[in-house]
Design a protein around this ligand. Structure first.
Ligand code: FES
Length: 77
């Protein structure tokens, strides 16, 4: 199956299957995405995916060749 190359904010890159939940993909890459409600309503888990803000807890890795992720709201990054 085709893999998506994800570039994480910690300079690490990982290969991931499209359709995997973002929180799982981040976990596999050793990247911590802050979470709150895990239901799509609080916004704690927001990340930027190729410049577009999404809520990681309810989104999945899109079927793209390469993706650049930035953490959106976490002050530690
Ligand atoms: S954890 Fe609340 S919107 Fe994702």
């Amino acid at each position: 199956m085709k893999k998506v190359k994800i570039h994480w904010p910690n300079k690490y890159s990982s290969d991931c299957s499209p359709g995997v939940e973002w929180l799982q993909a981040a976990y596999d890459a050793n990247v911590e995405i802050p979470t709150g409600c895990l239901g799509g309503s609080c916004g704690a888990c927001e990340i930027e995916v190729n410049g577009e803000v999404i809520r990681a807890c309810i989104a999945r890795v899109p079927n793209k060749k390469e993706i650049k992720v930035e953490l959106f709201s976490d002050p530690y990054w």
